[in-house]
Structures are given as C-alpha cells and as structure tokens.
Design a binder for this molecule. Sequence first.
Ligand SMILES: C[S@@+](CC[C@H](N)C(=O)[O-])C[C@H]1O[C@@H](n2cnc3c(N)ncnc32)[C@H](O)[C@@H]1O
Length: 267
Amino acid sequence: MIQTVLRVLKKALPTRLASVYRESFVGDNPPLGEFYPIQNGSGINFSGGEFGELLSNHNGRSIVKMSNFINIYDDLLSPYKSAQSHSSDPLRLLEIGVSKGGSLEIWKKYFGESALIYGIDIDERCREISIPGVQIRIGSQVDQAFLASVLNELGDPQIIIDDGSHHADHLSLTLDMLWPHLQDGGIYIIEDTHTSYWQEYGGGYQKNQTIIEFIKDAIDTMHQSYIRKKMPVRTEFLRESLASITFYDSMIVLRKEKTAPTHRVSF
Ligand SMILES: C[S@@+](CC[C@H](N)C(=O)[O-])C[C@H]1O[C@@H](n2cnc3c(N)ncnc32)[C@H](O)[C@@H]1O
C-alpha cells in the first residue's frame, strides 16, 4: 500500500510542481504591447504634474510607457529641471531605445532648448528619425566602442535611461560600461524590469543573470563595509558610488554619489 502511494506521489509531484511554477512565474507571457496602457493619441488625460501634462497634450511621435511611470518621472526629473536653470552646464540625457522617437521628443520638450538629448538604438530605421535638438546614433547598448563614441560627443550625462533590449544578457553589461560616466548626483533608470521574469528576455524567477537579481546583489555591495564576508564581485564597480537603489513596479533607479561608510552619530 505504502509503495503504491509513494509511486503515485513520485509520478504526480514533479508534474504538479512544474505546472505551478509555469503558472506563477513564466506562464503565458503577454506580448509587451498589451502591457502598455499609454499610447499617444489615446486622448487620455494623465494626472501627475508637468510630465503628465506633457503626455496628455502630446500629439507627436508615438511613445509607450507603463502607466505608473508618469508620477515617478515627475518626481525623478523635476530636480534636474530646476537645477538646470541655475547652471551654466547643460543637462545631458542619454536614452537607450529610440523606437519611434516619442520619448526623446518628450524629454526635449520637458528639459527645453539648452538640454543635450541623445538616443541610441540598434535599429537602422531610427537613423531616419529627425527631432529638433535631439541626436540619434545607431549601435548596440553592449558595444563598448560605440558607447564610448557617443559619450565622447555628449559628455558625461546626469540622466541615463535604459529602455533598450530589456534582455538579461545586456542590462548589467550596459550598466557596468556606463556607470563610470554618469555624473555624481546623476540617476540611472532601467525601465520595464518586469521583463526579468520573462523567458523571451532571458529572464525567469530568481534567475541569477537578470537585472532584478543583479541589483539585489548591489544591495549587499552597498552594505559591504558592515559585512564580514566576501561580497558579490559582479557589483563591485558600484561600491563607493551607489547612493541609493529604488525598486518601483517595472523600474529600477540607481542614484550615483561618492559614498563613504557611514558611522553612528550621537546627539
Ligand atoms: C521599448 S523600445 C524603446 C521605446 C522608447 N524609449 C519610448 O519610450 O518610446 C526598445 C528599443 O530598443 C531597441 N534595441 C533593442 N536591442 C537593442 C540594443 N542591443 N542596443 C540598442 N537598442 C536596442 C529596439 O530597436 C527598440 O527600438
């Protein structure tokens, strides 16, 4: 009797577990398009400060963003917009992933005349896109020589947005290459991080090479002076310059500043 029960369990368990796993984490991934409720021309009024206002009135190039990004962008970008009016140094923004050029158009409208806005994309068709005051360069986000040539033109940016391939093999590599060039006080934004859970983007739940897991390692690197163990080597380049990590739904934001181990202060 026991033997029979064990045999049935042995047969049934892996199948059951596999199907639970599939349903919960991989499942029937909808195409990205279905996940984006914001498309210009939809006539929707977006609340959320100046950025929402811009999107509500946008009738230019097509732009696709997750709905929760609107308020987040308003909070993230407004300090740079204000700082720019008191600085002789222009604001420099680099976005990976141009597509139809809609987001580049929005950044330009938001930051205005003096801002230097660059977009890069691997797709040759983006070469045809012309947006006044915006530069577009064609190449891959994992091509170090290409990135160096773009930064050589643009200078070190205060804002970098990775909305490119979203592929697990690319995101940490790009971060590693661009981080040293982000200005102190700057932010590095990675969009659409839900793709970390999707197979077609090299992702999967708790899969080591995804950007979600990579940035979890960065949490340890940030605290490494308090830990008496060897720290993850792969995020070592963030040590002493990673001031904060913010996880939003589908977005990660890293803030760069020179850091030193903190100490207790008595008052
Ligand atoms: C989500 S779209 C960008 C959308 C745009 N930022 C917007 O908000 O409207 C992603 C873009 O990344 C580009 N891309 C894919 N792989 C890339 C790579 N390895 N390097 C640079 N761009 C890449 C694609 O060609 C595509 O145009």
